[in-house]
Each structure stands twice: as structure tokens, then as C-alpha cells.
Design a protein around this ligand. Structure first.
Ligand code: JD2
Length: 240
């Protein structure tokens, strides 16, 4: 998989070279390229933003600069990329979307700053024959200062699903949100047996695999009821 990221702060994406993803790049499973949006600014001040039509606070990122940057990336590609635009007003990110994106050949992330990117950028590339599709994505109901951290989150969720990136493929299928009956996961323990007066639950040491599985399910259900009752409702929200 090829991944391009366009940002005003390329150093924000440095963590992409660490750990799991750094190794996946060394192994040739993923190739990440980060681009400085400022390279496509043309005026003497190299500006990338302007005042919002209709008034209001802050600045909006220029479609002129974004268009040049994204066209440049497309021109260097062999196949149609998918454009991902992180925005607080996008479609909620989920494990289902991570799985869909993990099957893409080429992803391009457009990291906005300020009050975001001129809306016509998404509209334009959505109707372009040169691009596979455009997705506006939100990683959650809080407001970040820009798209960089959301891009890191999305890339991490996607790349661990690419075959060969994780050591143990079973850990992918075991993930809470990969299952249709998605409960959140229960507590986990390792050695030592006793730590600061706290003992590992006896059942986990019983060797009774049926009892262990039942206990884990009960724990997962209790935590889901406490923190995520929305996951236990009978009718999915989109069908209400
Ligand atoms: C971003 C900003 C619009 C006010 C580009 C925020 C995001 N779940 C999420 N929360 N916030 C973002 C996000 C993503 C990109 C940008 N801003 C700041 N935008 C109104 C402030 C600028 C995601 N994904």
C-alpha cells in the first residue's frame, strides 16, 4: 500500500516511521511519503489560507494550493488514489472503515489546519475520474487543531490490518470491534500472580477453558454495559 500525507507540519507525522509502521515500511508492505503543503504556495508570502466567505472567525485553507498539491501527487501515481480528508464534520471512523481502507492500493491524506479546507476540494475530487473516491472522516466528537493526529490514528488502524504487518494475525480477528456482537474487551493480566496486594482472578489459573471463556465474556459484557451501553441496543442507530 502507498500512503501520501499532505500537511503544513510534516514533522507531526514523524511517528509513522516508528514501531509497527516503521517496520512495515522497512519490509516494503507500506510506503509512506509526507509532503509539505507549503511547497505548493505561490504568492510571495507562501500563504495557504484566506478569510472565510460569509465572515466568521479564523481562516480557511485555499483550494488553489490544495488543488496543486493533490494534482501533483496524482500525476506521480500509477493508479487512482482514495482521498481521505479528516474533518470534525466527517463520517465517524470505525473498524469497518479501517478494514475497507486497508484493502486500498493508494491512500492520500489531506491534513487541514485553521478552520479546515475549502469545501470545494472534496467536491471536486469526488467527481474526478482521476481519483477512486473521496472520504471525509471524523475520528471522534472532540475538536482537534488540525488533521495530522487524526491521520496518524487512521493510518495506524488501517496498517495493522494489512497482512504481514502484525506478527500474530489472530489478534486482528480477536479485536473487540471486529466482531458483529462487538463488546469491548475485559481485563487482562500477566505475571506476577500477586502485585501490591492484588491477585490475578483464580479462574484464569484454573485450566478450565470453558470457565475462562465464560468469565471473559461476563467481564466484557459488564464493561460494555458500564461504558458503552450504545453497543448493546437491539437496533443500530441508522435504522431507527
Ligand atoms: C481540524 C477545526 C473545524 C474547528 C482541520 C479538526 C477531527 N475528530 C476530529 N476533531 N477535529 C478534527 C479535525 C480534523 C481536521 C482539521 N481543524 C480544526 N476544524 C472547525 C476547528 C482543521 C478529525 N478527523
Amino acid at each position: 500500500m502507498k500512503v501520501d500525507v499532505v500537511s503544513l507540519f510534516p514533522a507531526y507525522l514523524d511517528p509513522l516511521n516508528l514501531s509497527l509502521l516503521g517496520k512495515a515500511q522497512t519490509q516494503g508492505l507500506v510506503q509512506v511519503q509526507v509532503h509539505d503543503l507549503r511547497n505548493w504556495a505561490t504568492d510571495p508570502h507562501r500563504s495557504v489560507d484566506d478569510t472565510p466567505y460569509g465572515g466568521g472567525p479564523g481562516m480557511v485553507m485555499s483550494p488553489l494550493v490544495w488543488g496543486s498539491a493533490l494534482d501533483h501527487i496524482r500525476e506521480g501515481a500509477q493508479t487512482k488514489p482514495t482521498l481521505i480528508i479528516p474533518t470534525p464534520s466527517g463520517e465517524p471512523f470505525s473498524q469497518v472503515l479501517a478494514a475497507e481502507f486497508s484493502r486500498a492500493e493508494h491512500l492520500v491524506f489531506a491534513c487541514g489546519r485553521y478552520e479546515g479546507i475549502d469545501s470545494r476540494v472534496g467536491v471536486h475530487y469526488s467527481s474526478s475520474e482521476q481519483w477512486e473516491k473521496v472520504r471525509e472522516i471524523s475520528i471522534g466528537d472532540y475538536v482537534l487543531a488540525g488533521g495530522e493526529v487524526a491521520t496518524l490514528v487512521i493510518i495506524e488502524a488501517i496498517t495493522r490490518l494489512i497482512p504481514g504487518v502484525l506478527g500474530n494475525p489472530q489478534s486482528v480477528v480477536d479485536d473487540s470491534f471486529s466482531r458483529p456482537d462487538s463488546f469491548i474487551e475485559g481485563p487482562v493480566y500477566t505475571k506476577p500472580l500477586g502485585w501490591r496486594g492484588l491477585e490475578v482472578p483464580e479462574v484464569l489459573r484454573s485450566g478450565n477453558h470453558g470457565a475462562i471463556e465464560q468469565w471473559r465474556q461476563d467481564q466484557a459484557q459488564a464493561r460494555t454495559r458500564k461504558y458503552r451501553p450504545d453497543l448493546l441496543t437491539e437496533i443500530p442507530p441508522e435504522q431507527v
